[in-house]
Design a protein around this ligand. Structure first.
Ligand code: TXA
Ligand code: MG
Length: 317
């Protein structure tokens, strides 16, 4: 059977003035464009256009009940979209721009397409630190909805080549600015009265939030899933993944941590920042290897290790 011709000949352009102008023009036409952030590459589209947002879902093959994060590049833009409590203001003041997403009440006249929030009365907002994403928001002059730029259920992309492998033929353009800094999606929190609810662990850790905000941080762990799109299998490679592996069994590709024999080491010196940044690279390489299955060494459940283990549990689900 002959397969349908892909709708796009996907271009990869090195990030720079000319590439940025092309990307912004595509955004204004309602297309979805892949762009790096400091966490992972995002698939960005105009958050005020339902047709543009629908193209994100179509390209990713994503279940439509999954609400998306909206990226902004100024507090003015943020305040037009969401209502900020004093605690939310303080979180933004301390951590923006950066890898922290705030779930806030949606403004009535926000202009955001309801497909973005999946009809929820709240919205997930992020002010990214990365120059390419900031410039694209400013140049296209609109808030950008952007999930990670991979097909639904696949591994999040840290590099333009990862995006190409997953979405090639399904989107017109990938802006390439090299590997992303963190390699893990942003931390998601909901500020509530006198406390912060952690909905998705990420580069901004619970310890950092507690220390800097001096207020209780409670986990979504154990209680019901607070981020409705947090499907358990969200980060799944195509192969079986075994966790807490001390050594490889026959046919397994071993992803190690710390000083140990393995096929790919997340961090030989046991540094959690390095391990987080290399995690999705490791899963991509292991998935593409000839091994039948993937095994991953234990990673300590502290600091950034909480976010790493969260992604690993999803990869293994
Ligand atoms: O690092 C990141 O955050 C990346 C880069 C591209 O910025 N983006 C990203 O977006 O991971 P996305 O759309 O894949 O993440 C959406 C997550 C889902 O788990 C979803 O359930 C949650 O955010 N979310 C979105 N809106 C929400 C809301 N109103 N309430 C609770 N969770 C929400
Ligand atoms: Mg994702």
């Amino acid at each position: 059977m002959s397969s349908a011709k892909p709708p796009f000949q996907t271009k990869i352009l090195l990030y720079g003035r000319a590439a940025l102008e092309q990307a912004a023009a595509l955004i204004r036409e309602g297309q979805a464009v892949a762009v790096p952030t400091e966490t992972v590459y995002g698939l960005a589209a105009d958050a005020t256009s339902p047709e543009a947002v629908a193209r994100i879902y179509a390209a990713k093959g994503r279940p439509s009940f999954n609400p998306l994060i909206v990226h902004i590049a100024s507090m003015d833009m943020a305040r037009r979209i969401a209502r900020f409590s004093p605690l939310a203001e303080e979180l933004a003041g301390r951590f923006w721009p950066g890898p922290l997403t705030l779930v806030l009440p949606l403004q009535e006249e926000s202009g955001i397409a309801s497909l973005v929030t999946a009809g929820l009365p709240t919205i997930a907002l992020r002010y990214p630190h990365h120059g390419a994403m900031q410039a694209l928001i400013r140049e296209s002059d609109r808030p950008l909805a952007a999930p990670s730029a991979n097909a639904s259920g696949a591994i999040s992309p840290r590099r333009a080549e990862h995006v190409m492998a997953s979405l090639g033929g399904r989107i017109p353009l990938i802006l390439d600015a090299g590997p992303t800094e963190h390699g893990l999606e942003s931390t998601i929190v909901a500020p509530e009265t006198g406390l912060i609810r952690l909905l998705r662990p990420g580069p901004v850790t619970a310890e950092m939030l507690t220390r800097i905000m001096k207020c209780p941080v409670i986990g979504a762990q154990g209680d019901k899933i607070e981020a409705p799109g947090q499907l358990l299998s969200h980060y799944a490679p195509s192969k079986r993944v075994r966790l807490n592996a001390k050594a490889a069994r026959k046919g397994e590709y071993l992803i190690g941590f710390g000083d140990m024999p393995c096929d790919y080491n997340l961090s030989e010196t046991g540094k959690l920042e390095e391990a987080a940044a290399r995690l999705f690279d490791a899963l991509h390489i292991a998935d593409a290897s000839t091994a039948k299955a993937i095994a991953v060494a234990p990673v300590p459940e502290e600091g950034l290790g909480v976010a790493i283990n969260d992604r690993l549990k999803r990869a293994a689900a």
